[in-house]
Design a protein around this ligand. Sequence first.
Ligand code: 13P
Ligand code: SF4
Length: 300
Amino acid sequence: MQKSAAETIYRLKTEKNAIILAHNYQPPEIQDIADLCGDSLELSIQASKTEAEIIVFCGVQFMAESASILCPDKTVLLPNKSAGCPMADMITPQQLSARLEEHPDMPVVTYVNSSAAVKAMSTICCTSANSIKVVNSLSSGEILMVPDRNLARYTAAKTDKTIHPWDGYCPYHDRLTTEEVSQRRQEYPDALFMAHPECRREVLDMADAVASTSGMLKYAKTSDAQTFIVGTEIGLLYPLQKASPEKRFVAASENMVCTDMKKIGLDDVATSLEQMTGEVKVPENIREPAMRAVQKMIEL
Ligand code: 13P
Ligand code: SF4
């Protein structure tokens, strides 16, 4: 069944001039059939450059929306439309509007883990790989950063800006505790600890490296260390091990499993390509202002 789904995908990909992009947290079988795997920033850039007519986005809703924002003339397919991001759902355009009435002149830096409608109300977007650079590119000393409070606090600590964080968070990263990290450190005393900026501040304070998912892949590859404690969604263990087979990767916590990132299977990809189901299309009145915020980030 799995083999025939993969064969269908390869055949349809060529016939329909499609490209398959997969986030680093996707299940191994999806990463293995993808044309490109990466973090949110890399996938956005790749989507903006591709000459394929169809982009099959194996990730969650906001990632497919970003591809639609950047490529309005292409068909973007999300093979399981119910794959969302609980953090992105923690801010609505109405809530942001209400906050902006209190601070009408404050620039808004929006993490890409957000809806297209929220991006459309933003000054500029950022990802976990470039938030410091994005914030430093703004002249204002005060910035509203949405929706991730942990990324906002991490970024604030690395810049001279006053950052007002929205109170959103990733339920899977926010649940990692210092006790769990200490326990792993005891079990693997020679290991380096890598953490995603969506983790809490006290957890980030314990990290040897704070990085996006692709940042962690690069860090582990180039480091002389042999063992790494991985403080992010456990899907990243697969590409880490694949890129550095001689090294050892241990999950900081077995509880960091994003159920939305596990919703797409090979059959979903094959069906989506075959029947052109799961299309994600951002309406033009939202796409245009959202595009300005995403494009500003990409051009930095
Ligand atoms: P990256 O951009 O680091 O891949 O992270 C995306 C994400 O959803 C983290 O939870
Ligand atoms: Fe959203 Fe967290 Fe899942 Fe990333 S891991 S997609 S931030 S819920």
